[in-house]
Ligand binder design. Structure first.
Ligand code: SF4
Length: 277
């Protein structure tokens, strides 16, 4: 049964950073426009994040001048992977988000009345994790302030923090290095940029004649197959063709006028907000 929030307690203000550009820009924006708010910054760390994410968060922390509290689940990914009998998480079975991101966040919040700041932009129409706990109220300052994709880019640029560094090698979002929300081209880039992490991701996979006992990150293509030169070439070609199509559709419109530049590059479905804002 849901607990009734304790009205007598002071309200806490929590901004959950994912290591992505939008939540980072939101933290910077809030500090600049509402400096009176005593903000708590948190990061739900699965311990399987990209190295670049950890480095970026250290820089953001120095800029904010306040610790970003790292929240870890009591038991990590490997523990739950065993508990789930080798079953890898997927968009349909997102046990990782629940156990490694949401639960540590809700545990940290406890029963205190909390305002949770979410970095969904004014130009976005997506919904995501909003806690069902009655003591957590989600607010969307970018929507209130009309900050869109261009606005986020401006905030990051003017602060000197810039974009998350993994975007440089073509990963489009934060989150675990093996995140199943990656598109095939992102897997190729992971292989080319962080072969050790690609290897580690491949070790979690299990293939069997029985499809019910095959667990792979990309449906129907184990990473050991994806890494074959002919498959890499096919993935790169498909990606280039798709980019050409998108460029054509975009016509004379600027990148920012369409979906918001970076997102255009993503072939992957949008993932959970707590991992990837
Ligand atoms: S980043 Fe991906 S793999 Fe990691 S917890 Fe989120 S959904 Fe799961």
């Amino acid at each position: 049964m849901n607990q009734v929030p304790d009205q007598a307690k002071p309200v806490r203000h929590i901004l959950s950073l994912s290591g992505g550009k939008d939540s980072t820009a939101l933290a910077i924006h809030m500090r600049k426009t509402r400096p009176h708010i005593e903000m708590e910054y948190v990061f739900c760390d699965t311990r399987k994040e990209l190295q670049e994410t950890y480095e970026y968060l250290n820089r953001v922390e120095a800029y904010l001048g306040k610790p970003i509290i790292r929240l870890n689940a009591k038991a990590g990914f490997d523990h739950w992977h065993t508990v789930f009998g080798g079953y890898l998480p997927s968009p349909q079975m997102r046990w990782c988000t629940k156990l490694l991101k949401l639960e540590p966040f809700e545990k940290y919040v406890g029963e205190d009345p909390v305002v949770s700041y979410i970095g969904i932009r004014a130009d976005e129409d997506r919904v995501g994790y909003i806690s069902t706990k009655p003591n957590i109220k989600a607010v969307f300052p970018f929507k209130e302030d009309g900050i869109d994709y261009a606005g986020v880019m401006r905030i990051l640029d003017e602060s000197g923090i810039g974009l998350p560094p993994y975007l440089k090698w073509g990963r489009t979002h934060s989150g675990c290095f093996f995140c199943f929300f990656q598109s095939p081209i992102e897997w190729v880039r992971l292989l080319e940029t962080h072969p050790d992490q690609f290897e580690e991701a491949a070790k979690y996979e299990k293939t069997s004649e029985d499809p019910g006992k095959s667990f792979t990150w990309v449906q129907g293509m184990p990473l050991n197959e994806l890494r074959e030169p002919k498959n890499i070439a096919a993935i790169k070609q498909r990606y280039a063709e798709r980019q050409a199509r998108l460029r054509k559709q975009r016509g004379n419109k600027g990148l920012v006028e369409t979906l918001g530049g970076l997102e255009l590059n993503s072939e992957a479905p949008r993932a959970c907000l707590i991992c990837q804002l």
